[in-house]
Design a protein around this ligand. Structure first.
Ligand SMILES: Cc1cc2nc3c(=O)[nH]c(=O)nc-3n(C[C@H](O)[C@H](O)[C@H](O)COP(=O)(O)OP(=O)(O)OC[C@H]3O[C@@H](n4cnc5c(N)ncnc54)[C@H](O)[C@@H]3O)c2cc1C
Length: 466
């Protein structure tokens, strides 16, 4: 059994109700991401300057659509219709589960999903590369929220390992071989949803301290991270100039009441696979909309230093706001979440850039966001510093989302460290993923959202014909 409890820290301090986070952080004296008792960050350096992205007003804002196929433009037109306003979107969310899959496939599937087979994934990879996006984070969309009997963990392990060995690694190596700079290609990622690794994962994660099945769940995910780690170690010998790993396993964050179990899972994996002086093979997720997230980042950094391992972090703002049952655990306002997110990414970027290749405690960072301000902030911070370690910072967006922002970063700021999160797998499972994307749009939809998209698509088609 793997235990990641560092010396002098009792297992109780690894439970993450705020009380134990408080007791731990007050005992430590490391310089790290610091937070005040009201959960607001109190950094000596001001990380929260508002960033106004420079916008090129001479460039049409629908420029990003000009290389899209007609079938993709048709899908965006449909998405525009669905997101015309909130009442229409809410109606679509209600009827979505009853819409037959062939109709969904004809209308929007291709924009948001990578396909059903590995052959489909190679095609998506080429499509992304033609737009300047050189790698992806794969997610096998077999979902299991509260006790999903359909989940077969052994099948998920087998399919995921196959996708790593037969797609992600060869595809990345091919790109590296064809690139002028071995470090210009970001790593490939495989996203792992902890609830997919047991029939009763939600209960196991909640009761992780007492439920023996928790060790089984950790062992199952370890089988995938071991495949990744073995590959990174052997590829590092083959490509010694490469700064970032070739492939990384990413633990996705779940609902808040499951997260203590997920944090413990992440720590055990960090300890086993993110050894000091080696590339990071596993990345865990922090949801910065959680009021406790600043303290958590401090705690994770301190545990990594004490446990002599490296952190891999994916920072997200958080889930669709209405999916979190306990609103009290989330920052009070969107602005608080935004400030906390920007402080978090700035702190991690600093930590990575000021050290050499395998020395920083935060060894690898994925900035998973569609927010233009955060992405521009991160890009400017990276571009303004000289460091060989920059390749360990990667921006990630969901496939089919924020394509205009990704496009602007690539064209205006020559961004190469960008990947897309691509779900793939059986169509029935991807339907649940698509429903979540629709729900997530609920937070963002204003009265002009869909209309603008429709106008942009029609203008693009018009220009192409005439
Ligand atoms: C590559 C990738 C991987 C991801 N993995 C995960 C994952 O593992 N787990 C997970 O939970 N999410 C994950 N997400 C994030 C998530 O699903 C959303 O895409 C993300 O939160 C949207 O925020 P944004 O940074 O794009 O910016 P914005 O659109 O600016 O922010 C929207 C987000 O802000 C937060 N928010 C909205 N209103 C409020 C409010 N009133 N008060 C406080 N906060 C508010 C919510 O989290 C909301 O989703 C991932 C996203 C990407 C791109």
């Amino acid at each position: 059994m793997l235990r990641s409890i560092p010396p002098r820290i009792s297992s109780r301090s690894l439970i993450l109700p705020s009380s134990s986070i408080r007791s731990f952080t007050s005992l430590r004296s490391f310089r790290c991401f610091n937070t005040s008792p009201n959960n607001k960050s109190t950094l000596t350096k001001d990380y929260s300057q508002p960033i106004v992205p420079k916008v090129d007003i001479t460039k049409p804002k629908n420029d990003y659509l000009k290389d899209y196929k007609l079938s993709e433009l048709f899908s965006y037109f449909c998405i525009g219709l669905v997101t015309l306003n909130k009442p229409i979107l809410n109606l679509c969310i209600k009827i979505f589960p009853f819409v037959p899959m062939p109709i969904i496939k004809a209308l929007v599937y291709k924009v948001y999903c990578g396909g059903e087979t590995m052959k489909d994934l190679f095609k998506v990879s080429d499509r992304l590369q033609s737009r300047g996006i050189n790698n992806m984070m794969l997610s096998l969309t077999i979902e299991a929220a509260e006790g999903n009997e359909v989940v077969d963990p052994e099948y998920i392990i087998e399919e995921t390992n196959k996708s790593i060995n037969e797609f992600l690694i060869p595809n990345t190596i091919e790109k590296i071989k064809n690139s002028q700079d071995i470090n210009s290609i970001p790593p490939s990622y495989v996203a792992l949803k902890p609830t997919g690794f047991s029939h009763n994962a939600a209960k196991i994660l909640r009761d992780y301290q007492t439920d023996k099945e928790f060790d089984v769940l950790v062992d199952r995910i370890s089988k995938i991270i071991k495949t990744i780690n073995d590959a990174n170690i052997s590829l590092q010998k083959q490509y010694p100039q490469r700064i970032a790993p070739i492939v990384v396993g990413v633990i996705d964050a779940e609902k808040h009441d499951l997260q203590n179990g997920v944090y413990e899972l992440q720590r055990r994996l960090y300890k086993q696979f993110n050894k000091v002086d080696q590339p990071v093979s596993v990345v865990g997720t922090l949801q910065m909309y959680l009021a406790e997230s600043g303290k958590l980042l401090t705690l994770e950094e301190n545990l990594a230093k004490e446990g002599n391992y490296r952190l891999g972090l994916k920072l997200v703002r958080g889930a669709y706001i209405h999916s979190e049952a306990d609103r009290s655990v989330i920052h009070k306002t969107k602005q608080d979440t935004d400030v906390n997110y920007n402080q978090g990414i700035t702190y991690c970027i600093d930590n990575i850039l000021k050290q050499e290749k395998s020395e920083s405690t935060v060894g690898h960072l994925v900035i998973a966001s569609h927010n233009s301000e955060s992405l521009n902030l991160a890009t400017d911070l990276i571009n303004n510093q000289q460091s060989t370690n920059k390749n360990n910072i990667v921006l990630g967006q969901l496939f089919g989302m924020a394509d205009n922002i990704t496009y602007d970063l690539i064209k205006d700021k020559n961004v190469k460290n960008v990947i897309k999160y691509v779900p793939w797998g059986p169509p029935v499972e991807t339907k649940a993923y698509l429903l979540r994307r629709l729900e997530e749009n609920g937070d963002a939809v204003k009265n002009d959202t869909g209309l603008n998209l429709i106008k942009d698509v029609l203008t693009t088609v018009w220009k192409r014909i005439f």
